[in-house]
Design a protein. Structure first.
Length: 159
């Protein structure tokens, strides 16, 4: 893009950073971030949220929000980094104690790491305080008509 004298904007960089984050390409993401600054694009929280490297988050010039911390927690689960994941999960739980998704991520991370007692402890805590994760919801729009749908706990679609 640069060779063709096309100046990437913040949306372009967001797409590249997102691709790097999903591919686990931390160093390429860092280079993209440096290039973004070189091109005069000021990084915003949405750009930092795509950098799933916890050292990078700790170097941010602003306080990370829950989107950034959640991205790091999800990255820790994917890369089986339980120690860092626990640290970020605790931060998230302090910021938004009623948000069940963080507890579910932590429990799943423990289970993936074979720490089944810890996973069960998180799930038991969720039951004790009546903390339930909302079901996933999707929206499809065939022929310009909207159709929202959810998946019930049993796995069957709700009407």
């Amino acid at each position: 893009m640069l060779r063709r004298r096309f100046k990437p904007n913040e949306v372009t960089f967001l797409g590249v950073l997102s691709a790097c984050a999903h591919g686990g390409l931390v160093e390429q993401g860092r280079r993209c971030f440096d290039m973004m600054r070189d091109q005069g694009v000021v990084p915003e929280l949405k750009h930092y949220a795509n950098m799933v490297d916890c050292r990078f988050v700790e170097e941010m010039p602003m306080e990370p929000d829950v989107a950034v911390l959640g991205a790091v927690l999800a990255g820790c689960r994917v890369h089986n980094n339980v120690d860092v994941g626990e640290r970020f999960a605790k931060k998230l739980m302090r910021l938004e104690p009623g948000r069940a998704g963080y507890y579910v991520l932590l429990a799943n991370m423990y289970a993936t790491a074979g720490r089944f007692e810890d996973a069960e402890m998180v799930r038991s805590f969720m039951k004790d305080v009546n903390l339930v994760k909302a079901p996933g919801c999707s929206l499809i729009e065939p022929n310009k008509h909207s159709f929202p749908f959810e998946v019930a706990e049993s796995g069957s679609a709700l009407p």
